[in-house]
Design a protein around this ligand. Structure first.
Ligand SMILES: NC(=O)c1ccc[n+]([C@@H]2O[C@H](COP(=O)([O-])OP(=O)(O)OC[C@H]3O[C@@H](n4cnc5c(N)ncnc54)[C@H](O)[C@@H]3O)[C@@H](O)[C@H]2O)c1
Length: 336
């Protein structure tokens, strides 16, 4: 019998891609999502789908009674740093309390394997590669909510025997292509705040220009440098981590591609990929944005053999463009 994995947040961008990768690798998948930010149409057809909220313990108990899960991949969260600074209570309740209820339900039903989606937002800004043991100084309520959840996960490991892998992603990007090169699922956040989709929406004629927030950072071209990691590479890391839980009971890894790209570089490569001039407008810095955030993924490479297959910005943007061009309204045109 194949392993049955519960994917919370599996109607979202990264969770739906991981669900598809799990199915492709022979796992059975159930997605649990409240659809507050996700899309029913993003859930793979082969997955079971249950709509519900992490805060609803009774719904989770029913789900776990039905499912007999072997492991949980926990993607469900609110994930907008800017929004989290306005809606503090919502972020702590949804991300921290929601995760705590999920952890209790897992233990009650004797499900003791967890892969948790954490983030580079747990770190402070640093102008050299960030390692897992670098200081944790979240600049947003969102980052804090993820760090608090990480700490809870470690206590459930110590006191309840939970086996876990915490994966701290840097900037997720790109789209998953099928065997015919068609982009079947990709980024569709509402509102969109991520640089690559915003830039490509200009090429689609949906926005007049893209904004560059800050051009006086201490970086070679004055704009912020970030680490972009392809969503398929993230999905593959989740499967490696799940398999490694047999041998290792407690893991924490960065997931990034180890090279940073500046905002101007992203826009320039998007111009090359799309053939559109993509006007850019320079704007002041945003509070909370550090100059450079780039991961060292050396630990997961050494311990689990993970290497990004799509580290090149051109490949990342070309796959994202395939998705946005084929689905200019995201999942909306599929009517769900
Ligand atoms: N996108 C990135 O660059 C990035 C970077 C680092 C970490 N992450 C983390 O990865 C995970 C997935 O991110 P994403 O970009 O796919 O976001 P997303 O918004 O596309 O997906 C999150 C999903 O979780 C669901 N959800 C939220 N709260 C819920 C709740 N209480 N109960 C049930 N479902 C709930 C939403 O409806 C949505 O489908 C998040 O935990 C996020 O913090 C994302």
């Amino acid at each position: 019998m194949s392993m049955h994995v519960l994917v919370t947040g599996g109607a979202g961008y990264i969770g739906s891609t991981a669900a598809a990768a799990l199915i492709h690798n022979g796992y059975r998948v159930t997605v649990f999502d409240n659809l507050s930010r996700g899309h029913r149409a993003a859930v793979p057809l082969e997955a079971d789908f249950v709509q519900g909220d992490l805060g609803d313990r009774a719904a989770l108990d029913t789900l776990f009674q039905m499912g007999k899960f072997d492991a949980v991949m926990h993607f469900a969260a609110l994930a907008e740093a800017g929004e989290s600074m306005q809606k503090i209570g919502l972020y702590f309740r949804n991300n921290v309390t929601g995760s705590q209820i999920l952890l209790d339900t897992m233990i009650a039903h004797d499900v003791k394997r967890l892969i948790f989606s954490s983030t580079a937002a747990v770190y402070g800004s640093k102008d050299s590669l960030i390692h897992e043991d670098d200081p944790h100084e979240p600049a947003s309520v969102y980052g804090e909510s993820k760090l608090m959840t990480e700490r809870m996960v470690r206590w459930y490991h110590q006191r309840e025997g939970l086996r876990y892998c915490i994966l701290r992603y840097f900037n997720a990007c790109g789209a998953m292509l099928d065997e015919h090169g068609r982009a079947v699922r990709g980024e569709a956040h509402q509102p969109e705040t991520h640089l690559i989709p915003l830039t490509l929406q200009v090429a689609l004629g949906q926005r007049p220009h893209v904004s560059i927030f800050g051009t006086d950072y201490p970086t070679p071209d004055g704009t912020c440098i970030r680490d972009y990691v392809h969503v398929e590479d993230l999905a593959r890391a989740h499967i490696l981590a799940l398999e490694a839980l047999d041998e290792r009971a407690a893991m924490t890894y960065n997931l990034g591609n180890g090279q940073g790209y500046s905002v101007r570089e992203v826009i320039q490569v998007a111009r090359e990929v799309t053939g559109h001039p993509i006007p850019a407008v320079e704007a002041p810095r945003r509070p909370g944005d550090g100059p450079i955030l780039v991961a060292s993924a050396e630990r997961i490479s050494r311990e689990l053999g993970w290497q990004p297959r799509y580290p090149k910005l051109h490949d990342i943007i070309a796959s994202a463009w395939a998705w946005h061009r084929a689905h200019p309204q995201g999942y909306a045109e599929q009517g769900i």
